[in-house]
Design a protein around this ligand. Structure first.
Ligand SMILES: [Zn+2]
Length: 213
């Protein structure tokens, strides 16, 4: 992704100049971000924000693609650094006990070999956001067979189902869910419903990118 303006060091996927040109949302500085409004009436969230706008054919799409399908450590490092920076700058008053990466299904994990949301969490830690990663959320696939489903049921079943490892105690803990891209919020909503059963004190959400509907 070299543009020729600047030279890249070993950790950079884009140059310093291109980084300043990224489409930042500045949601972290807002009292109520557009991302929070997505969850109104669906699930209780203390705070939710995304760092970058995700648009097709953009540099953000390329960086996310590198993270999601190529396990590109430089892509994770850049996004994790931007996420860590905003969290450290704007969340000093609400400390987080655990970061929780949104899991991918076991089948996907086997074929892909890594979970991109966990890569983001690890990159956030490497960039100074010193919060433990709690990797106990499990993504299950929908149970109904295709033939039985009408259109409505299919829509319902397209929402992923999550399960929490019963050994993990999240009671009264402040949680931060981490994901790569937010689109409809369906995945994050279902993850929140699952986590609320464990009676945490609060749930916040951060995603690297946000797709404008
Ligand atoms: Zn550049």
């Amino acid at each position: 992704m070299e543009c020729g303006v600047d030279t890249l060091n070993t950790k950079q996927i884009i140059c310093t100049h291109c980084e300043t040109q990224l489409p930042f949302t500045h949601f972290s500085q807002m009292k109520q971000s557009p991302v929070e409004k997505i969850f109104w009436g669906r699930v209780s969230i203390e705070k939710a924000f995304s760092i970058l706008y995700f648009t097709k054919e953009s540099i953000v799409q390329k960086i996310i693609f590198e993270l999601k399908y190529k396990q590109n450590k430089k892509a994770a490092y850049l996004l994790g650094r931007l996420m860590a920076k905003d969290l450290i700058s704007f969340q000093n008053n609400s400390p987080i006990d655990y970061m929780i990466p949104i899991p991918i299904s076991k089948r996907k994990l086997r074929s892909r070999g890594f979970n991109q949301s966990k890569l983001l969490c690890e990159a956030m830690v490497r960039n100074g956001y010193n919060v433990p990663i709690m990797d106990g959320l499990v993504k299950l696939k929908g149970s109904l067979s295709q033939t039985k489903k009408d259109r409505l049921h299919r829509a319902e079943n397209s929402k992923p189902i999550f399960q929490l490892n019963p050994i993990i105690n999240l009671a009264n803990k402040h949680l931060l869910i981490v994901d790569d891209v937010l689109t409809t919020g369906a995945t994050l909503e279902m993850a929140c419903h699952c986590l609320w059963k464990a009676k945490p004190a609060s749930i916040q959400i951060i995603t690297a990118a946000y797709t404008i509907a």
